[in-house]
Design a protein around this ligand. Sequence first.
Ligand SMILES: [Zn+2]
Length: 204
Amino acid sequence: MIKKICVAIVIYLSFSSFLFAQSDLVNVWKLDTTITLDIRYATTNNFTGKQVYDEAKFFLRNEPAMKILEVQKELKALGLGLKIFDGYRPLSVQKKFWQIMPDERYVADPKKGSRHNRGAAVDLTLVDKNGNEIPMPTPYDDFTEKASRDYMDLSPQIIINRKFLEDLLAKYGFIGLPTEWWHFDYNGWEKYDVLDVEFKTLEK
Ligand SMILES: [Zn+2]
């Protein structure tokens, strides 16, 4: 009998530590619903033309999540806000992307994992108080040179907007990917492991 109880306790403890490990992913929008969500992979409006997320959810690891909330707070004071296209992405989705586009210029090889798979990268832009996007160099997931941060054949205003977004995110520890103006990695992303937890099993 005692042996059975001990086994039950061990099973319970390993299960709860498993849950605790997962709980480092934070449902960011739930903590500030003024953040605009446009989770494209939960729709057919993305480069795959397919809905690859079962739900439009925005999760990040705890530390970058708290920083994104600070970014939103600063933007709100300026009459602006964040629009999120993507955050944490399960590894299973990365594998689907790779089947559709096996080209490392555009999609991270699932064998290595994307920084999105670590819950330490975010795709975003700026919106005004009415939710209209602030003009940026290209639409989201535009796989052309125009999306690069050093592309300069743009209107002066768009260059200012891109720089404003880059400087603001840098202030909170996010570094822009050189080839995509909308993608930012959180400093120290290497310390987070690649995850394959589906949205539906995470906190709602
Ligand atoms: Zn990205």
